[in-house]
Design a protein around this ligand. Structure first.
Ligand code: E4P
Length: 218
């Protein structure tokens, strides 16, 4: 399972990268705004800065919603760096654009996916990644993990190569359960990754080992 971090915060990206387990980064306009990045040139530079920290795929989202606009914006983003993946919303024009990008060897991440039907369309169009938002489904009393399981089944039925990128991860158990179900990738905040480290028996066991280690030299 690939681990992506879902942030535009360079410090957090560096921290995850330093752990040696990071495979990529996802961003969206809300995450960019949270970091106070404004103006086209600053936004484009920020994507390049992220690419220079990590060695894997970096999703950069288009804001155009018409086919020509998505293609133009996506091509500009893809030219920034070889690690850029063009993030395209699950709308009719987006599906058309994903097909264009796929035919032109530009990697895509189909975002805002909330149903198996949408995931099927993204795969048919040749998306590199599909992003089902599990946290946002949980927020409205619908089990987001069920969607991951259903997409896994459909993709396996037809050996689709589109990778399931479990997005809108809110906590560590989302990560663990996505791994159980077979999501190819998860993208979440740093806290959801660091939560995987925690176990009280590890803490108490280490404390005892260190205490006994002192006796070895006395
Ligand atoms: C992923 O690509 C999305 O940007 C992100 O996971 C959305 O998460 P949220 O629902 O916590 O905003």
């Amino acid at each position: 399972m690939k681990f992506f971090i879902d942030t535009a915060n360079l410090e957090q990206i560096r921290e995850a990268q330093d752990m040696g387990i990071l495979d990529g980064v996802t961003t969206n306009p809300s995450l960019m705004a949270k970091e106070g990045i404004t103006g086209k040139n600053n936004i484009l530079k920020h994507y390049v800065d992220i690419c220079e920290i990590v060695s894997g795929d970096v999703s950069a989202e288009v804001v155009a919603t018409d086919y020509e606009g998505i293609v133009k914006e996506g091509e500009e983003l893809a030219e920034l760096h070889e690690q850029i993946v063009v993030k395209v919303p699950m709308i009719k024009e987006g599906v058309k654009a994903i097909k264009y990008f796929s035919d032109n060897n530009i990697k895509t991440n189909c975002t805002l996916v909330f149903s198996v039907g949408q995931a099927l369309l993204a795969a048919k169009a040749g998306a590199t990644y599909v992003s089902p938002f599990i946290g946002r489904l949980d927020d409205i009393s619908t089990d987001g993990l069920d969607l991951i399981a259903d997409i896994r089944q459909v993709y396996d039925n037809y050996a689709f190569e589109t990778q399931i990128l479990a997005a809108s991860i809110r906590h560590t158990m989302h990560v663990v359960n996505c791994a159980r179900i077979g999501a190819d990738v998860m993208t979440g905040p740093l806290s959801s990754i660091e939560g995987l480290l925690k176990h009280p028996l590890t803490d108490s066991g280490l404390e005892k080992f260190l205490e006994d280690a002192k006796k070895l030299n006395s």
